[in-house]
Design a binder for this molecule. Structure first.
Ligand SMILES: N[C@@H](CCC(=O)N[C@@H](CS)C(=O)NCC(=O)O)C(=O)O
Length: 116
């Protein structure tokens, strides 16, 4: 397995190494940022958010956390919110179902997903 690191300059003299696979997934088509979604299997908002990603042909990593309160707390630490779904594109927190649909409505989702 090959693990690739990217050097990112974050401050005047601070260089950080990011594991590229944490930020991008390498699909057949182009370099798409990694998309992650925390879900409950029966949550209508989660199903709707995934439908949008599916409709756009986006690969994503789903963390289905049904009944796992510890995983939900970890998600909340990362996202700053406890409701499901919570969506990340690369390192950027997008929010929930309404948020991702709003980005789509205003035309900025494709840019975040690197769709040309
Ligand atoms: N506006 C939110 C609504 C999400 C929502 O209400 N999800 C429900 C599950 S279907 C939930 O997390 N309920 C528990 C809670 O809010 O603590 C979105 O668009 O994602």
């Amino acid at each position: 397995m090959v693990v690739t690191f990217m050097v990112v300059k974050t401050g005047l003299q601070t260089l950080n190494l990011y594991k590229i696979s944490n930020i991008y997934s390498f699909g057949e088509k182009s370099m798409q940022p990694k998309v992650e979604i925390y879900t409950w299997s029966r949550c209508p908002f989660c199903i709707r958010a995934k439908s949008l990603l599916d409709k756009k042909g986006i690969n994503y990593t789903e963390y289905c956390i049904d009944g796992d309160e510890a995983a939900r707390s970890k998600m909340a630490e990362r996202a700053g919110r406890r409701s499901l779904p919570q969506i990340f594109i690369g390192d950027q927190h997008i929010g929930g179902c309404d948020d991702i649909h709003e980005l789509e409505r205003e035309g900025s989702l494709d840019g975040l997903l690197a769709i040309t």
